[in-house]
Design a protein around this ligand. Structure first.
Ligand code: CP3
Length: 347
């Protein structure tokens, strides 16, 4: 049966005008109703592990903006949490984790199978969402890619230069390989369980892919991405995959040609003409508005949104941001953006 949902159509290679739209991190602190639900939960992890509340915050942006997709409310760091890492979010500090610094630490991680058990509340959230999202809305599940998740596990927190993870990779290669293998396996298990619970698309976030280059990029970004996509396709060949990496330049084109992903999500640094020629002929493209346009809004937001739509109008495109929306984005500007994409002549 052909798909009737716009996002699934675009992912199957159909060009739609206007393109379907959703935003990375669309459920979050820029929405007062998110902040209220989070207060009710007490803290971020409790919110992730309480299916009714997690489903509620996933649905909030749909009610306001009528997006074409809902994304599961969870976090990429729930996988290391399930594997046994301590994880906490202190206000204003971002995530903090117990650090992996030796083979012994890697061996102490829980064996395969634990993800299905420990993350059962997340799959329950997916189940609630698959019953509650509007008929034309697509439900997206997600996980972090091994390199991005490993950077947090090795540093014990979010960093931007990734000095410790790169040092660990080079000096403790066997332990690093074991960690990456464990993460790839756990990620496949996690995404398959989300799909069994009702997720219609799987998205893989490699937000820190841009910190590796050359053979290290091939070994620890491209290879795990392909391995995870193959692992999903073996069991669930009909589920499209969106691959998101940041700051990887021309590798976006290779991903589109040979990763097996149905869609490549590109960041805001990508030149649109290049993307139309080198990514879009081989896969659907998602992106690439800089979320900073949503802070001030105005004619620059509208012009940039319409430029993206025009440049990517010759192939399958899902309108989105180049990276997650920030807490200081103005919800009124999100409304303007949706209108600019869906009804360009009314603006
Ligand atoms: O709408 C959605 O997309 C919700 C689901 C979602 C969250 N995190 C919720 C969240 C998704 C898809 C993510 C992905 C995620 N998490 C990534 C990859 C995408 C990206 O943005 O690069 C990464 C690197 C993380 C790890 C993480 N989680 C960090 C670094 C932080 C702190 C920084 C921040 O943005 O606050 C989080 C916390 C987090 N994850 C919040 C939300 C809504 C904020 C928590 C809060 O204080 O309420």
């Amino acid at each position: 049966m052909p798909h009737s949902k716009p996002i699934l159509k675009a992912l199957s290679g159909i060009q739609l005008s206007p393109p379907p739209i959703w935003l990375m991190r669309q459920a979050g602190r820029y929405l007062p109703e998110y902040r209220a639900t989070r207060r009710k939960a007490g803290d971020f992890l409790t919110l992730c592990y309480t299916p009714d509340l997690a489903a509620e915050v996933s649905l909030q942006p749909l009610r306001r903006f009528g997006f074409d997709a809902a994304i599961l409310f969870a976090d990429i760091l729930l996988v290391p949490h399930a594997l046994g890492s301590d994880l906490w979010f202190a206000d204003g500090h971002g995530p903090q984790l117990s650090r992996i610094s030796s083979m012994q630490d890697v061996r102490r991680l829980a064996p395969p199978g634990i993800v299905r058990e420990s993350l059962a509340p997340v799959f329950e959230t997916v189940g609630i969402l698959s019953r509650e999202v509007p008929r034309d809305t697509t439900l997206i599940g997600f996980a972090g890619a091994p390199w991005t998740v490993a950077t947090y596990m090795i540093s014990g927190k979010g960093t931007t230069d990734h000095r410790d993870p790169i040092e660990f990779m080079r000096s403790e290669r066997a332990a690093f390989d074991a960690l990456m293998d464990r993460l790839a396996e756990a990620t496949i298990e996690y995404l398959l369980a989300q799909i069994e619970a009702g997720a219609e698309v799987a998205m893989i976030f490699d937000s820190w892919a841009g910190s590796l280059h050359g053979i290290e990029f091939e070994n620890f970004v491209e290879r795990p991405l392909k391995k995870i996509i193959r692992g999903i396709a073996d069991k669930e060949p009909r589920i499209p995959i969106i691959a998101y990496a940041r700051h990887v330049g021309s590798a976006f084109s290779r991903f589109a040609k040979s990763s097996g992903a149905a869609c490549i999500a590109v960041d805001s640094t990508v030149e649109l003409g290049w993307a139309a020629r080198h990514v879009q002929p081989y896969s659907c493209i998602q992106g690439n508005l800089d979320p900073r346009f949503l802070i001030a809004g105005g004619s620059e937001l509208i012009d940039q949104a319409q430029k993206i739509v025009a440049c990517l109008s010759n192939g399958p495109h899902i309108f989105n941001l180049g990276q997650g929306i920030t807490p200081n984005a103005d919800p009124k500007n999100v409304e303007v953006l949706v209108e600019a994409v869906r009804n360009p002549r009314s603006i």
